[in-house]
Design a protein around this ligand. Structure first.
Ligand SMILES: Nc1ncnc2c1ncn2[C@@H]1O[C@H](COP(=O)(O)OP(=O)(O)OP(=O)(O)O)[C@@H](O)[C@H]1O
Length: 255
């Protein structure tokens, strides 16, 4: 359903590729964790998948069609099918949980309806149902600025999924959270992944989380894929190569 062919990204003015000749195919149901040290190309890669970053050469193919040469309107339609969550949540702090989640529907409504903020009964119920699914039923009308980091990311997940996407992309969604909260967010992500039959692709720095939750791990180094396989095969050797570090911290007990 989603594939990248000979994907190359070089940022303007840079003397090296952020991504070099990446070839990957993803299927519905994959829960993929993308590993790599800082600057390896993980964010660039995730942003290419939904057309936020256009390739210098090569292509991203979604449902048999390339993302290149699409106009903004067409890209918007594709992005509706690909929800995204972020390290810093990208929510509107002064708005309520419900209002933030409703904003996830903006992509498929008329500009006028968005401008006046009118939502049908069905849309409101859909948003409320999603807020319930992420465990925030009792916080529906709470301003987002008054929530904890973990709760904010739950809002981010509800907002990404309220548009019924087929793909969920995550750019370091737990990098600002403590280990226990990170684990609970990953538990939720896996639940939502299974319930909504998603393809999930998430960048993460925490190897333990990746090994615990992913069905497939992809590791980048200097813009190239150096590992692509089942998490159990990402062992010390792969860890050392990916991070240029000498040992892998063993599992710790999650709370
Ligand atoms: N907007 C940009 N302009 C120029 N160079 C960039 C830009 N964004 C990223 N880069 C460069 O591209 C390379 C890959 O960066 P990218 O952010 O994709 O890596 P990353 O693995 O996500 O890193 P991190 O874990 O720190 O977020 C790095 O060398 C980075 O400096």
């Amino acid at each position: 359903m989603l594939e990248v062919n000979n994907l190359v990204v070089r940022y303007p003015g840079s003397h090296h590729n952020a991504l070099s000749s990446i070839n990957l195919t993803f299927d519905q149901g994959d829960f993929i964790c993308v590993l790599g040290k800082s600057g390896a190309g993980k964010s660039t890669f995730i942003r290419c998948l939904n057309g936020l970053q256009l390739p210098t050469s090569g292509e991203v193919i979604w449902d048999g069609q390339t993302l290149s040469n699409r106009n903004e309107e067409q890209l918007r339609k594709i992005r509706r099918e690909m929800g995204m969550i972020f390290q810093h949540f990208n929510l509107v702090p002064r708005l309520s949980v419900l209002q933030n989640v409703l904003s996830g529907m903006f992509g498929y409504r008329s500009s006028l309806k968005n401008l006046i903020g009118w939502f049908s009964e069905e849309e409101l119920n859909q948003a409320k149902q999603m807020i319930d699914e992420v465990g925030l039923k009792d916080f529906m009308n709470r301003r987002v600025e008054h929530l904890s980091g973990g709760q904010k990311q739950r809002v981010g997940i509800a907002r990404a999924l309220v548009q019924n996407p087929r793909v969920l992309l995550g750019d370091e969604p737990v990098a600002s959270l403590d280990p226990g909260t990170s684990n609970r967010i990953f538990t939720l992500l896996k639940e939502m992944h299974n319930r909504h039959n998603l393809l999930t692709v998430i960048n993460v720095h925490d190897v333990t989380l990746a090994k615990r939750y992913a069905t497939r791990v992809i590791a980048f180094k200097d813009g190239e894929v150096i590992f692509d396989g089942k998490p159990e095969y990402f062992s010390n050797k792969e860890y050392e190569e990916t991070y240029e570090a000498t040992h892998y911290e063993p599992d710790y007990e999650f709370v």
